[in-house]
Design a protein around this ligand. Structure first.
Ligand code: PLP
Length: 390
């Protein structure tokens, strides 16, 4: 029977309420790189992805402002019409050089880049093999492509190999996050690349959380593992996290980039990234390249937190990256803890199903090079206070 829309929406809202799944946005105004105004309070943010603290860097802001003053705000059209600008070209060229890949194409977001990759490289007769914890955009890309989607247990290379061997007549694409966004652990890229080599599968790595943060000079997890363009033909990265701007890129061969530019619907049929955002991305990239100290500081803060939280008996995951989840028993507990930390001046967001699997509710604590040791020590004190009685 057809329902009225408002009846249907009410029922959906009741189900969210019953499952502790209601999510609300709060308008947060930045005070500086790590503090935000939340209403009349100032909170230290431990939930962002601004890993290197570049989103408020004066050079990043100046690049955007200068571009706005000398041009337009929006690109005004899609890249293939009249929206492609020198700022896009300059950022693509610098990324390609930095990552030692033949070519790069920019996308307006990581979500769109991931939709593009799966849907323009595979079709109905093909198979996509993915880690079970891959980002939502990679799952949706696979759905959009119409290819058969086979998933494997998180980080399990043997299981990935078994799924690859089930691929039928068509092509096979193995897709993984580099660093998993909610767990912070790193994919076993060298082993997966070997499995792909044996199976003749093409490998895609989405290094949204590794680019700028890890690897030699911040080149990410693929460079950490010493893997070439031949071994990882499709490398996705985002510019809205460590780089401090917004948007994303796909790096690979000239032929790959030509293919995406001509075939990817989420590239062709959308307005190009604002040129000021590309200019900010380039300025952020220069800081990523120059500022090794930011990565060093992140490692120190992460180590300090892990040691302190483990000593208090918090359930951590085996992550050595700036993404440090604290597992809670339930979604309700995650929400209560987030509220208790907020009352003590910290913004740490509760992550609940369906963003993570059932039973996987957590606080996703993340670090930025803009945090100070004192911020982390105070967070640990607050966690100690609310551990038994949030
Ligand atoms: C692994 C991963 N890939 C892609 C994205 C999407 O990137 P964007 O925010 O640029 O759309 C995210 C999250 O934002 C992510 O965590």
């Amino acid at each position: 029977m057809v329902q009225r829309l408002d009846t249907w929406l009410d029922q959906a809202a009741q189900q969210r309420e019953a499952g502790s799944r209601v999510r609300r946005r709060r308008p947060l105004k930045p005070v500086d790189a790590v503090r935000v105004h939340d209403g009349d309070r100032v909170l230290v943010n431990f939930s962002g992805n601004d890993y290197l603290g570049l989103s408020g860097h004066p050079e990043v802001a100046a690049a955007a402002v200068n571009t706005l003053q000398s041009g337009t705000c929006g690109a005004g059209a899609s890249a293939l019409v009249t929206g492609y600008r020198p700022e896009h070209q300059a950022l693509e060229a610098r990324l390609a050089q930095f990552l030692e890949r033949e070519s790069v194409v920019l996308f307006s977001s990581g979500f769109l880049a991931n939709l593009a990759v799966a849907s323009s490289l595979t079709a109905r007769r093909d198979t996509i093999v993915q880690d079970r914890l891959c980002h939502a955009s990679l799952i949706d890309g696979a759905r959009l492509s119409g290819a058969r989607l086979l998933r494997y247990a998180h980080l399990d290379t043997a299981a990935a190999g078994r799924q690859l061997s089930r691929a039928g007549e068509g092509n096979a694409l193995l897709v993984t996050d580099g660093i998993f966004s909610m767990d912070g652990d790193v994919a076993p890229l060298a082993d997966l690349a070997r499995a792909c080599g044996q199976a003749g599968a093409w490998m895609v790595v989405d290094d949204a959380h590794g680019f700028g943060v890890t690897g030699p000079g911040g080149r990410g997890v693929v460079a950490s593992a010493g893997l070439s363009q031949e071994e990882i033909p499709v490398l996705v990265g985002t510019l809205g996290k460590a780089c401090g701007s917004a948007g994303a890129f796909v790096a690979g061969s000239r032929a790959l980039v030509e293919h995406l530019v001509n075939e990817a619907r989420s590239y062709i049929y959308t307005t190009a990234m604002p040129p000021a955002v590309a200019a900010a991305g380039l300025a952020g990239l220069e800081r990523v390249i120059a500022d090794d100290w930011r990565r060093e500081k992140l490692r120190e803060l992460t180590g300090l937190f892990r040691e302190g939280a483990a000593a208090m008996g918090w359930r951590l995951l085996p992550s050595q990256t700036p993404i440090q989840p604290l597992l809670t028993e339930t979604s309700e507990m995650a929400l209560r803890l987030a509220e208790a930390l907020r009352a003590r001046g910290f913004l740490v967001v509760a992550i609940r199903p369906p963003t993570v699997p059932e039973g996987g509710a957590r606080l996703r604590v993340t670090f930025s090079a803009a945090h100070e040791t004192g911020h982390v020590e105070k967070l640990l004190e607050a966690l100690e206070e609310c551990r038994d009685n949030p």
